[in-house]
Design a protein around this ligand. Structure first.
Ligand code: AGP
Length: 583
């Protein structure tokens, strides 16, 4: 999704902004731009394409500026829709959605404003211009009063050549203090080099000058501004000899799992579940998330329900708010999100709070909006994940659920300590996976099936393959095939059958026979040697409940190699963003 970077200080801004944009590239975007105040003039460059398309912006002169990577929502990926949007003395970069932009645009047009883009964001620069009477902050206040929706804004005004005004409402914005100036960014990695940070809250306006930051409410009442020390060096992402971040991050899963299990916050878990027996703390539990986080929630829900013996359901966050879930003070909602900024998950979390449920969050980003909204925050220790496809954060989320359930049973999830060695062994099968990937890319469709705990693995394996290789397909509960989707099976279909459940083996054998007899090629991911598949990706034997953690390794590698076979960059799948900050 869109990324924001802003700088005011002693150095030339453009190079710093360009560097910040390159650190935001991993979020997914389709255009980029930079504006600086040059004397009392605004200079800017913005174009559709990659950040490198605005490399010439590095020559812009001025010590105060803003930069943006745009992920198109309103209006296509064209130069004119890229940010910053400039109107009169104002340049604006915006993340989020201005929900009432159509009304505002109509009113501004009636007042004589003419628009040069199709975006919702451009209304902000026009509003600023229309309200401005020489007082920068007051123009921002009046503008913000008009806006509905989600917005993180960084605004330049050419009358104030050293000032950036930042606004946060339901879209993240973090301030950073560097040696030679102040920065603002939508995402921590862009603030590398800052020794202190301040995470803005919703409803706050910050006024940045080279050596100072003043904080206000939306009505311009002064607020205390507290920066905290932070070591952001570790956020600088490097491939460390790997061809892609995705492959590097898969290789880091062993360490991510061990770190997450070790860091499991027992004190927070005790606070959350409050009493012994823990099963009495809540009458029902909802795990909400999107995409991969939803798939880990499916596994987490199974494990938790088995452990607590109370109803635990995994829910798609985007659907959670579309019905009337049974929330209240006896319900716990655990929101799962690596980024902690996913708009759908945030909406579900807000609904939970509004209805009086307890809100816990599992995230990889301690500074994120979800972390700040939660009553109880648990962290995965996966480290920064740059690849758009979630890999090591998924493994870390699973590790958290194993650690949580072990804690609730009064045990330790000792098996997780062995995972790095098992991961290494699983990775030794990469050459076989590469050859199979070369085969499956010729299929018309690739379908993943599983039963019981393997169903979530099938969904995740399929999502991973689709997002990085664009191969059509889906994940199905194996038992559901015969109720419709078996119609897809023929000689051009490939089926990846995840079969790890001992008690479900015979049923999986039947599903495999059914699809093979219709011509589909079957790859089994299994510890068993009697699944009648065309190819077997063998899993080592392990305690039954840990198979989802093992299964995801060959499935992620299969997706990675399928992307390479198709000549695609798995780190930057088309149309996708690392952090999906719009609903
Ligand atoms: C995963 O590979 C995807 N990129 C996507 O499904 C992702 O898991 C989803 O958007 C949720 O993101 P979150 O964990 O940051 O909330």
């Amino acid at each position: 999704m869109c990324g924001i970077i802003a700088y005011t200080g002693k150095r030339q801004a453009a190079g710093i902004l360009y560097d910040g944009l390159t650190r935001l590239e991993y979020r997914g975007y389709d255009s980029a731009g930079i504006a600086v105040v040059n004397g009392l003039r605004l200079d800017y460059v913005k174009r559709a394409g990659r950040v490198s398309a605005v490399a010439d912006a590095r020559a812009l002169s001025g010590t105060c500026g803003v930069g943006h990577t745009r992920w198109a929502t309103h209006g296509g990926a064209e130069d004119r829709n890229a940010h910053p949007h400039v109107c009169g003395k104002f340049a604006v970069v915006h993340n989020g959605i201005i929900e009432n932009y159509a009304v505002l645009k109509r009113e501004l047009t009636d007042m004589g404003h003419s628009f040069s883009s199709d975006t919702d964001s451009e209304t902000v620069s026009h509003l600023l211009s229309s309200f401005y009477r020489g007082d920068f902050l007051s123009a921002v206040r009046q503008t913000v009063e008009q806006l509905r929706g989600s917005f993180a804004l960084c605004v330049l005004c050419s009358d104030f050549p050293e000032t950036i005004v930042c606004v946060r409402q339901k879209s993240p914005l973090i301030l950073g203090r560097a040696k030679d100036g102040m920065l603002a960014a939508s995402d921590i990695p862009a603030l590398g080099g800052c020794r202190e940070i301040c995470v803005l809250s919703d409803g706050q306006i910050a006024c940045l000058t080279p050596a100072d930051c003043k904080l206000f409410s939306f009505s311009l009442a002064p607020l205390p501004c507290k920066f905290t020390a932070s070591d952001l060096k570790s956020c600088v992402a490097e491939k460390k000899g790997f061809a892609h971040f995705m492959r590097k991050e898969i290789s880091q899963e062993g360490a991510a799992v061990v770190r997450t299990a070790r860091a499991f916050d027992e004190a927070e878990a005790r606070r959350l579940f409050g009493c012994v027996p823990y099963a009495e703390a809540f009458s029902r539990i909802f795990l909400v998330g999107c995409g991969t986080a939803y798939h880990s929630a499916l596994t987490g829900a199974r494990l938790l329900e088995e452990t607590l013996r109370i109803p635990v359901a995994a829910e798609l966050a985007s659907e959670f708010c579309c019905r009337k879930p049974l929330l209240g003070r006896h319900a716990l909602v655990l929101a799962v999100s690596q980024s902690g900024e996913t708009a759908d998950t945030l909406a579900a979390a807000r609904l939970a709070k509004q209805k009086g449920a307890r809100l816990a969050v599992l995230t990889n980003a301690g500074y994120s909006s979800l972390a700040r909204l939660s009553d109880h925050c648990f962290l995965t220790e996966a480290g920064v994940e740059v690849g758009v496809a979630a890999t090591k954060t998924y493994a870390a989320q699973l590790a958290f659920f194993y650690a949580l359930c072990a804690f609730l049973r009064g045990e330790k999830a000792a098996y997780l300590r062995r995972f790095p060695a098992i991961h290494k062994k699983l990775s030794e099968g990469e050459e076989q996976i590469r050859l199979l990937a070369a085969e499956i890319v010729r299929a018309r469709g690739v379908y993943f099936i599983g039963r019981g705990a393997d169903y979530a693995s099938a969904l995740e394996g399929s999502l991973k393959l689709r997002e990085v290789s664009y191969l059509p397909g889906a994940g199905y509960a194996a038992g559901e095939l015969k109720h419709g989707s078996i119609a897809l099976m023929d000689g051009d279909a490939v089926v990846v059958a995840v079969a790890t459940g001992k008690a479900l083996k015979e049923k999986m054998r039947t599903s495999v026979c059914e699809v093979r007899s219709r011509g589909a090629k079957v790859i089994a991911v299994t510890p068993f040697d009697d699944i009648p598949a065309d190819h077997v990706l063998a899993l080592p034997a392990c305690p039954q409940k840990y198979y989802p953690l093992l299964t995801q390794v060959p499935l992620q590698l299969l997706a990675y190699h399928a992307a390479l076979c198709r000549g695609l960059d798995p780190d930057r799948p088309r149309n996708l963003a690392k952090s999906v900050t719009v609903e």
